[in-house]
Write a new protein. Structure first.
Length: 201
């Protein structure tokens, strides 16, 4: 695909670097943006600069936030004695969309995957253990994708938590084995949360 402008080509390359966007889709988006006013383009670009400059990870759970503590952790109406452990921020958004969970979260930032060189020390695990040791936590819910890597991470976390006085549960298998949590539909995910069961080794 020969593009007659190096500036358009550069813009296409940048958009095509995003997951799920091919060169043809990127070109269509760039040509759409090309027809917008300079003010609109500035607003478009500025929104990404603002996002990068001002969003941060919540110091308590690892979720995205505009402040030091995210809106979920700082909400007094949430159940702070129940922690739902998820792989990444997309899983928080998926569970929140069900409107059936009222506890707080803990974002690991990934799952244990030796094939990808990801070990326990690469994940946000130590702060979870600290919470259980230092705060009044009643239940930990494992809400990781039901894959081999997710199950490995669940088992590792369970070994770390089993000597503490905390109930450890996991989602019911309404979420199919091998399915990434973020792709589960809202009804299935909601039922899996409500029908969660004690974690079994």
């Amino acid at each position: 695909m020969k593009i007659p402008s190096k500036f358009i080509e550069n813009a296409v390359e940048q958009l095509a670097s995003l997951p799920g966007i091919g060169k043809r889709t990127a070109l269509r988006l760039v040509l759409q943006l090309l027809n917008r006013s300079e003010e609109e383009i500035e607003l478009f670009a500025h929104s990404f600069m603002e996002m990068k400059a001002h969003t941060k990870k919540c110091l308590s759970c690892g979720n995205i936030a505009d402040t030091e503590i995210c809106s979920i952790c700082s909400n007094p109406n949430r159940d702070h004695a129940t922690i739902c452990v998820v792989e990444d921020i997309r899983d928080v958004l998926a569970i929140e969309s069900t409107e059936s969970y009222k506890g707080i979260y803990h974002v690991l930032g990934g799952i244990i995957s030796p094939m990808d060189g990801v070990g326990p020390s690469d994940l946000n695990i130590s702060t979870l253990i600290q919470k259980v040791e230092n705060e009044d936590i009643n239940e930990i819910i494992f809400a990781l994708s039901p894959t081999m890597e997710g199950d490995t991470t669940n088992f590792y976390l369970y070994k770390k938590l089993k000597d503490h006085e905390v109930i450890v549960t996991t989602l019911s298998r309404g979420v199919s084995v091998g399915t990434e949590l973020q792709y589960a539909d809202e009804i299935t995910l909601s039922r899996s949360l409500l029908q969660r069961q004690l974690f079994q080794q």
